[in-house]
Design a protein around this ligand. Structure first.
Ligand SMILES: [Zn+2]
Length: 91
């Protein structure tokens, strides 16, 4: 088993509340995370394409505010790089 408590799942975790981050929007809610496919546009005009990245969404249990952090940026960047690689490969 792991003694790593950095992931606050709904397990019996005595420090569960302490390790949850407080919501930056309402200051009261604790945040939880889930993964979601994020579709975003890359490029402009005729070259614009819709890409999809698997991002971690951080949501507040109290005010329902949702946001992504650097992991979302990384995922989008990876999706862009993958697209550019594939584009390079087919031309
Ligand atoms: Zn909140």
């Amino acid at each position: 088993m792991s003694d790593d408590y950095t992931h606050g799942d709904n397990l019996a975790d005595p420090w569960g509340d302490a390790i949850m981050n407080n919501c930056p929007f309402c200051d009261f809610g604790s945040t939880y995370e889930y993964e979601q496919n994020d579709h975003f546009q890359y490029g402009a005009g005729e070259d614009a394409v819709m890409l999809c990245a698997r991002v971690v969404v951080i949501a507040c249990s109290r005010c329902s505010e949702k946001y992504t952090d650097w992991r979302g940026e990384d995922a989008r960047e990876a999706a862009v790089n993958k697209y550019l690689d594939e584009k390079k490969g087919t031309t």
